[in-house]
Design a protein around this ligand. Structure first.
Ligand code: SAM
Length: 213
């Protein structure tokens, strides 16, 4: 999902960094073999994630929602040499696909996969993170906030994907649309949270950058 007119969108992509070859390959194979390929971040958002990570230069990164590993590889580009990226997905069938591409990258030994429900796994992680990328089950977004905040370093960056949810968050809510209800609640929580300062970027399906203060 993106909100810009096509010609502006194409211009922005054309004037942004090229997509690395490995990520092009991963995208092709995802579209050939995996259900719901629209879920991967893709070229433009991937370059945004990579740029943010390079600017932050994190020691530890936490990703919630690995899917086929696209965004993990983008975020890893900015990680420190001794850093780690922990990425969690509930779908065990994606594990080998992810590993294949992590092993083809320069970050093979630094990327640690976790399989299971992120809400159960995060409290058990013993690291503190400089970047957290939230891109999993939208209905649980409000629950993730108090789960990830204690795991973030002061000054750490929380990136929340799909916060505009096809624009539905800015429309009257339909009673049974639980994902939209949860995303509206999440957007209010991070906007008003005393430990966060946030800016919602209307790129792709909406990406909020929040800084822990
Ligand atoms: C939108 S996709 C992630 C896309 C990926 N970040 C990218 O940009 O390439 C969402 C993923 O979250 C996973 N997921 C959903 N609920 C989850 C949960 N409770 N815990 C961990 N992963 C979950 C799904 O299996 C799916 O692979």
């Amino acid at each position: 999902m993106h909100f810009l007119p096509d010609n502006i969108d194409e211009y922005a992509v054309k004037h942004s960094q090229e997509e690395p070859k490995l990520l092009q390959e991963l995208t092709r194979e995802t579209w050939q073999k995996v259900l719901a390929p629209v879920m991967l971040s893709g070229h433009y958002q991937g370059r945004v994630l990579s740029m943010i990570s390079k600017l932050v230069n994190p020691l530890n990164i936490l990703e919630i929602g690995t899917y086929t590993g696209y965004s993990a590889l983008c975020l890893a580009e900015g990680m420190q040499q001794e850093g780690t990226l922990h990425t969690i997905d509930i779908n065990e069938e994606l594990h080998d696909f992810q590993r294949k591409y992590f092993d083809k990258s320069d970050f093979s030994k630094q990327i640690i996969q976790h399989t299971g429900n992120a809400l159960d796994i995060i409290p058990k992680l013993e690291k503190k993170f400089d970047i957290v990328f939230l891109d999993a089950d939208k209905g649980n977004y409000p629950k993730y906030i108090e789960t990830v905040l204690p795991k973030m370093n002061k000054g750490g960056v929380l990136l929340s994907d799909n916060v505009l949810w096809y624009g539905k968050v800015a429309q009257p809510t339909k009673e049974k649309d639980l994902d939209t209800i949860a995303l509206k609640e999440y957007n209010t929580i991070i906007h008003e949270h005393p430990q966060l300062e946030s800016v919602l970027l209307p790129i792709r399906d909406g990406l909020t950058i929040s800084r822990k203060i």
